[in-house]
Unconditional design. Structure first.
Ligand code: ZN
Length: 286
């Protein structure tokens, strides 16, 4: 049973809204790819966990705090009175582990995992949940080599993840106690601080217009009701374009009121004032 689903981080939402509207610097491009790959890896892992969707309590993307320390949990499972803390990495390339540590990385994921496990255990015990916590690093990308990985390290490669999911709880189904633990952890979730990882950009350089959702190219008029992408040929109802373009405005200009006039300019005049005024703009997520 899914108690909490996954959402894109605000950092990723901002990057996606900026794509095609500014020229990314090398650093922005690197960060954008890193954040996107991370999210895609997490979604892939969610799909692999579908096979046990009915029998375990699942919570995705939690931010927990205990004793003044916080930890981000990619995925958390509860079944048969045990909590499984999963950290998902969509890394590719070659890495080496010596004495339980990743060589050459300033932030060793095994050390981070241990830290998260300690915070989670502390939080659970503080509220009287004396349950076992198992922590695992899941390397979802098959294009990774981990030299020196032994059975001692709580890390699994792509081909080991599905069998691992099958083994979680050894075929048990969640019960009321598992649900109570899951609901407690959901209550402890700290909502994302949108400004924790702000994307750095100059608002003055952000181009207006309606961008194609796929290729992020400026769309052009097609007929009375639709716009067209000149690159991929996608045609989209203006009404739908308006909803997502408004959401992009709100993600990029948090301090600027999204008035109907501002929205008309932001859409580069492609959507008539009449449509903006008369239609209830699809509610955005922000
Ligand atoms: Zn397109």
């Amino acid at each position: 049973m899914l108690l909490k689903s996954r959402e894109k981080s605000f950092e990723l939402v901002q990057f996606e809204a900026l794509r095609g509207r500014i020229v990314f610097s090398e650093e922005q491009e690197r960060l954008y790819k890193y954040v996107t790959a991370g999210f895609m890896g997490e979604c892939l892992c969610d799909e692999m966990a579908e096979s046990m969707a009915e029998r375990v309590i699942q919570l995705r993307d939690l931010l927990l705090a205990s004793g003044g320390r916080t930890c981000q949990v990619d995925s958390l499972l509860v079944v048969a009175g045990k909590v499984y803390l999963l950290e998902i990495k969509n890394w590719e390339g070659s890495f080496e582990i010596v004495d339980g540590r990743f060589v050459g990385l300033s932030a060793c994921p095994l050390a981070q995992l241990q830290r998260s496990k300690t915070i989670l255990e502390h939080l659970l015990r503080r509220y009287g949940f004396h349950v076992e916590v198992e922590a695992q690093l899941l390397f979802i990308n098959p294009k990774i080599s981990l030299y020196g990985l032994t059975r001692q390290e709580p890390a699994l490669l792509h081909h080991q993840i599905e069998p691992y999911f099958r083994s979680v709880g050894e075929g048990s189904f969640w019960d009321q106690w598992d649900r109570k633990i899951g609901e407690f952890l959901l209550q402890q979730h700290v909502p994302e601080n949108r400004f924790a990882n702000p994307v750095v950009y100059d608002p003055g350089t952000v181009q207006c217009g309606v961008m194609c959702a796929g290729c992020r190219v400026r769309m052009r008029p097609y007929d009375l009701l639709r716009l067209e992408c000149p690159t991929c040929g996608t045609k989209e109802l203006k009404r739908d374009c308006l909803g997502r373009t408004k959401a992009e405005f709100e993600a990029l200009f948090a301090n600027k009121p999204c008035s109907r006039h501002a929205l008309h300019i932001w859409c580069d005049g492609l959507i008539s004032r009449r449509m903006i005024y008369s239609q209830k703009v699809q509610e955005s997520r922000f």
